[in-house]
Design a protein around this ligand. Sequence first.
Ligand SMILES: Nc1ncnc2c1ncn2[C@@H]1O[C@H](COP(=O)(O)OP(=O)(O)O)[C@@H](O)[C@H]1O
Ligand SMILES: [Mg+2]
Length: 263
Amino acid sequence: RLVVGYALTKKKVKSFLQPKLLLLARKKGISFIPIDETRPLSEQGPFDIILHKKTSKEWQRFLEDYHEVHPEVTVLDPPNAIEHLNNRQSMLEEVADLNLSSFYEEVCTPRQLVIMKDPSSIPTAVAMAGLTLPLVAKPLVVDGTSKSHELSLAYDEASLPMLDPPLVLQEFVNHGGILFKVYIIGEAIQVVRRFSLPDVNTYDLLNNVGIYRLPRVSCAAASADHADLDPRIAGASSETTSRETRQGASWSSGSKIVQHRYD
Ligand SMILES: Nc1ncnc2c1ncn2[C@@H]1O[C@H](COP(=O)(O)OP(=O)(O)O)[C@@H](O)[C@H]1O
Ligand SMILES: [Mg+2]
């Protein structure tokens, strides 16, 4: 028997702890128990695993204190392991540091620039960094709020000062409107295909000015696992992707985007 205590938002509980999962888990002897965050963890449980997706300083300290007394309990994930994923700069640097292009032909991360403040300085900063428009603007910190996932696309230099730092500016990478999400827990790897933003063409570049708020794409509802795809894109099959991933590949640009995700 395995007891999993969870501290998740109501929204996550609804999307993740679905009856089907709970049933499957029960069959395998796994039970899920909600954690009361207002009470000390050591008065609850006992747990084998603590599953959480909270990042407040207070909660982190709670977990760390608990871990000292109960090192036998697995915390998914430990606060220090999540830290670099809460910031889009460190998130991507981690991937860039893998130096994947020395193992694979064309693996790279989108070129990006961090703007901490002063939106009026953005055009110069972009020019100095040599970034090519259009640019995807993303809030620097990803804290689970829907605001932190509000992305926008800037087509022209003149509108760049309208953006709202702190943010990451990333070159838009055409990838055929599909991406691959790779979920990894230890040895287990799951690859799913999701719809994504369509390619930007010359017409868009010439005719679009300003900042465009991007719709939320590539979420679970945008599954493209069973979609009829251009064979060139579909040909990058899940099996290939998972084999590459096993060897360490993570995010490639060009015709396909692969995204590592803590979700
Ligand atoms: N540099 C980029 N070029 C093209 N499309 C992108 C780029 N960055 C993000 N996207 C698209 O926007 C979506 C959301 O971006 P992402 O960085 O994953 O933010 P979120 O935190 O909302 O998941 C991605 O799934 C992808 O479809
Ligand atoms: Mg994403």
